[in-house]
Design a binder for this molecule. Structure first.
Ligand code: NDP
Length: 326
């Protein structure tokens, strides 16, 4: 047990995997910036679906651990050999342990944010924005098809694919999400809680199917996605919101010669050059006002449980953030 003093901080800690109740708000040792790291005082912390996979153990992390894959704040300490950052810099980062007052961040995972971009916007954009942008630029030069179009990644994908000239078909589970996805660039909406996705896609594409389907929903939509891709099309399966896609035989791709991709953002930003390229392009889109950030709600860090319950209950749209109020 730690008492609150200069060497402790508040954080969400997971001692054992499980439901939202395992997210405990408590005192934790305040980290230091080791060599090659900066210590960030978090002002905005992004909630991402991946945080629920870590919490549940779908993506195993040794316990106990502080969850959270993204944040933005000010640099309060720099490790030895760090030359790119100084105390007081405004930064955002992807990585780990962001559900806390302070997070140690390897310099490769961090970047300065422009003066006119708020911590909230930076944290709302970064991880989901990089995910969406790398998929539409590299995974496939998108033409059609986005699942969970009103989610964090979904809304950004709709905007980016639209920007690149695609005809975007978005799937959503309710009318409010349909409206928002349309406002964010989806040309057509399929409400997959009561519409037949495959039939509607055929109707909208003259019976040919989508050039590309981007599916972050996972288990419950994989088959539909496969059926919705056209001959020689691409299926990008980038998440498991409804559960992990069961193992498949690659032979099922043969009928239509489908390209199947399973991207992870971190593979795209593994070197400084790659990170600088993708971050640069993403923040340029924001500077040019080509993308709009939709923040659903900012929760207190101690209410991380509620944020997880909300995102898993499918009632959220756009981005969820956490903040630590002193
Ligand atoms: P979202 O804000 O999109 O929330 C998830 C959405 O998934 C829900 O709002 C819901 O939309 C839909 N959904 C469909 N079925 C279910 C279900 N059974 N339970 C819960 N939700 C369901 O989250 P994010 O934007 O943070 O993430 C979206 C996806 O992108 C996730 O799968 C995530 O893992 C993935 N991702 C992958 C990355 C990568 O590197 N590969 C990086 C970042 C995110 P609706 O109600 O409209 O169906």
């Amino acid at each position: 047990k730690f008492t609150r003093n200069m060497s402790s901080m508040k954080a969400i800690v997971i001692d054992k995997t499980g439901g939202p109740e395992v997210l405990q708000f408590k005192d934790s040792p305040k980290p230091k910036a080791e060599a090659g790291q900066i210590l960030v005082k978090n002002h905005a912390i992004g909630v991402n679906y991946i945080d629920t996979y870590h919490r549940k153990g779908i993506y195993p992390v040794p316990t106990p651990f502080i969850p959270g894959a993204e944040g933005a704040g000010e640099v309060v300490e720099v490790g030895s050999d760090v030359t790119d950052f100084k105390v007081g810099d405004r930064v955002a980062y992807t990585g780990s342990k962001s559900y806390a007052e302070f997070t140690p961040v390897p310099v490769l995972s961090a970047g300065k944010i422009p003066d006119n971009v708020s911590y909230s916007d930076a944290s709302a954009l970064l991880l989901q924005g990089l995910t969406a942008w790398t998929m539409v630029r590299d995974g496939y030069s998108v033409k059609k098809g986005v699942h969970a179009a009103a989610g964090g990644v979904g809304l950004l994908l709709c905007q980016m694919a639209n920007l690149l000239g695609a005809t975007v078909i978005g799937t959503v589970s309710n009318d409010e999400k349909a409206k928002l996805a349309k406002q964010n660039g989806a040309h057509h909406i399929i409400n997959y809680s009561h519409e037949d996705t495959v039939a509607r896609v055929q109707e909208l594409t003259n019976g040919e199917g989508c050039h590309a389907v981007l599916d972050g929903v996972g288990a419950s939509t994989f088959e539909t996605s496969l059926k919705s891709v056209r001959r020689l099309g691409t299926l990008i399966s980038f998440g498991n919101a409804s559960g992990v896609v069961p193992p498949i035989s690659i032979a099922i791709l043969g009928e239509k010669s489908i390209k199947l991709m399973r991207p992870r953002l971190y593979a795209y930003i593994a070197t400084k050059e790659e990170k600088d390229k993708w971050w640069g392009e993403l923040f340029q889109l924001l500077a040019d006002k080509k993308i709009n950030i939709e923040i659903y709600k900012t929760y207190k860090l101690e209410d991380a449980k509620t944020a997880h319950t909300d995102i898993e209950s499918r009632k959220t749209v756009g981005k969820l953030l956490l903040e630590f109020a002193n």
